[in-house]
Design a protein around this ligand. Sequence first.
Ligand SMILES: Nc1ncnc2c1ncn2[C@@H]1O[C@H](COP(=O)(O)OP(=O)(O)O)[C@@H](O)[C@H]1O
Ligand SMILES: [Mg+2]
Length: 263
Amino acid sequence: MTTDALRTRMCDGTTGRARPAARASFAVLAAAAYACAMSENVVLSARGLVKRYAGDGAAPAVLDGLDLDIRRGEIVAVIGRSGSGKSTLLNVVGQMDKPDRGRIEVLGVDTAHWRDAEQTRFRRQRLGFVFQAYNLLPTLTVRENIALPLELNGLACEPRAGELLAALGLTAVAERYPDQVSGGEQQRTAIARALAHRPALVIADEPTGNLDADTGAEVVRLFERAVRDSATALLMATHSREMVGHADRVLALDHGRLQTVDA
Ligand SMILES: Nc1ncnc2c1ncn2[C@@H]1O[C@H](COP(=O)(O)OP(=O)(O)O)[C@@H](O)[C@H]1O
Ligand SMILES: [Mg+2]
């Protein structure tokens, strides 16, 4: 769908009119509800992940038998030198790329053998992403960008979009387009968008990487508060001391595995 076509479908943010709920897949919802009850608050469980890029036969695997568990409401920071595989890990557990080996469960559900459309729907409902380059849609306003995951999941845009605009200090720029706001405001819009549909897990790749120190610190505080308010787990790759300081757990990625770092 083009962004213009999408725009004509968007809910009217100023009135808060909600579109009719999309037909949810019963199988997806039932599987997630059952698994959620069974999984003792484990949002993400990854076991034995191996990932090697094509043509890299001789090089060590980027992920080499990696295990990771994240529980509801937890903030987990992954640190590691550039090229250590942080983005690869986030892409694999976010199901944007496939591991060569290993098993990933989100809310106790392994979707590896589901059809693509079902996988996409599950990912869209359960996960949120904050990309380093923001990836906002330029033809949608700040408010419409934040409402997009609500729209795509058949949820009412308001009051949730308005609440997030207020929580992240964006109300004054809500009707502007991304190229009419600052880098910090774009980043906060990307954060609000990732949280909008109350995903079980938000995955953020160096979410303050492009911001100056002051703006970065402010974004970190707002991000942490929004994550805690939404009871969402957060997995983030970061170089930022400030971000690491807000994490419940810090894991270092080295030689394809994760090790706990003492705070
Ligand atoms: N699409 C790709 N194709 C081939 N090699 C890749 C690709 N993406 C990343 N790599 C390589 O995998 C390693 C880990 O990269 P990456 O996950 O981006 O690390 P980080 O995010 O920690 O900087 C690096 O050696 C990088 O060059
Ligand atoms: Mg990276």
